[in-house]
Design a protein around this ligand. Structure first.
Ligand code: SAM
Length: 263
C-alpha cells in the first residue's frame, strides 16, 4: 500500500487541547495495559549499553504511556538508572507530572514546547520517538535522523501502527465501542472525558480519522532504510526491522547508534 501523507487533526495548532489530550490518554491506556512496546526493550537497552548512555530524551511524548511501560524493563545501564525526559510540541502537563511523580529520579519533563524537528542543544541524550515518526513527511523525517547524526546522538523510532488492513481497520471500527465501555474505568479519572465520550462524542470522529491516517502514514522498514542511506553518518550502526508484539500487533523499529568514540 502506497504511503499517503494526509493530515491528522491533532497535529493542527487550532485543534482543541482537550481533544488532543483525550487521544494521547487513550494511547497511554493502550501502551500501559497492552504493553505493545515491551518487545523492543531489550533492543533499546542494548543500544544504550553500547553507548554507555542512561539518559533518554523522549520526543512527541503525548501522555507518556510508552515511557511508563518501559521503565521497569530498561532499569539500569552501567550501574546508573535509565532516565527519561518527556517532551512534546503540545506538552500534556497532567500525565507528565503524574509519570514524574510515579518514577521520582527517573522521569523529568520539559514544560516548554519542544519541536522534534528542532531539538534544543541542551537536551542531550539518546532520542526516542514512539508512535510519532509517521507524523513527519519523508523530508522532515529524514531531517530528524540527520539532526541526531549531526549532534552524535543515538536515536530509536518505534511504531505499532502499520500500513495494512489487518488488524488496524477492524480495530479502528471497534475502537469507539471499546472506548464507550472502558471510559469510566480509565485512570486518572476525568469528568471531562465523560462529557466528550457520552454527551458530545464529536472528537471520536476526529480520533477515528487520525487513527486511520496514522496507519496510512507509517513508514515501512525499507523506507526507513532508504532514509538512512546518505546521512553522512560517519559510521552509525542502523538496525531496522519489525518485531512481533502481542496478538497481530507488530512494532516497526529503527535504532541508530553512533560509533562510541564520537559521542
Ligand atoms: C500520536 S501521539 C503519540 C504520543 C506518545 N508518543 C504515545 O506513543 O503515546 C503524537 C504526539 O506527537 C506530538 N507532536 C506532533 N508534532 C510534533 C512535533 N513537531 N514536535 C514534537 N511533538 C509533536 C503530538 O502533540 C502528540 O502528543
Amino acid at each position: 500500500m502506497k504511503r499517503l501523507h494526509l493530515f491528522e487533526f491533532h497535529d493542527l495548532s487550532w485543534y482543541p487541547n482537550d481533544w488532543r489530550n483525550l487521544l494521547t490518554d487513550i494511547m497511554t491506556s493502550f501502551a500501559v495495559d497492552c504493553k505493545p512496546y515491551r518487545p523492543i526493550a531489550p533492543k533499546l537497552k542494548t543500544a544504550l549499553q553500547q553507548l554507555n548512555c542512561s539518559r533518554i530524551i523522549d520526543l512527541c511524548s503525548g501522555a507518556a504511556g510508552p515511557v511508563d511501560s518501559l521503565l521497569e524493563e530498561l532499569d539500569t545501564v552501567g550501574g546508573r538508572p535509565v532516565t527519561f525526559t518527556l517532551t512534546d510540541k503540545y506538552p500534556h502537563m497532567t500525565p507528565f507530572e503524574q509519570t514524574a511523580a510515579k518514577w521520582p529520579d527517573r522521569v523529568s519533563f520539559c514544560e516548554e514546547p519542544v519541536d522534534a524537528t528542532n531539538v534544543p542543544e541542551e537536551l542531550d541524550g539518546f532520542r526516542t520517538m514512539f508512535s510519532s515518526f509517521h507524523h513527519f513527511d519523508p523530508e522532515t523525517a529524514r531531517g530528524i535522523l540527520q539532526d541526531a547524526v549531526h549532534k552524535r546522538q543515538g536515536i530509536g523510532i518505534f511504531e505499532y501502527t502499520e500500513r495494512r488492513l489487518w488488524p488496524w481497520v477492524p480495530s479502528l471500527f471497534f475502537g469507539p465501542v471499546v472506548l464507550w465501555l472502558i471510559t469510566p474505568f480509565m485512570r486518572p479519572f476525568r469528568w471531562r472525558r465523560l462529557l466528550w465520550t457520552y454527551v458530545i462524542p464529536l472528537w471520536m470522529v476526529f480520533a477515528f480519522w487520525d487513527g486511520l491516517v496514522s496507519c496510512l502514514r507509517t513508514y515501512l522498514p525499507h523506507e526507513l532504510e532508504e532514509m538512512t542511506a546518505d546521512l553522512g553518518d560517519g559510521g552509525y550502526t542502523w538496525e531496522i526491522g519489525r518485531i512481533r508484539s502481542f496478538g497481530a500487533c507488530r512494532v516497526t523499529y529503527l535504532l541508530g547508534v553512533p560509533p562510541s568514540d564520537t559521542t
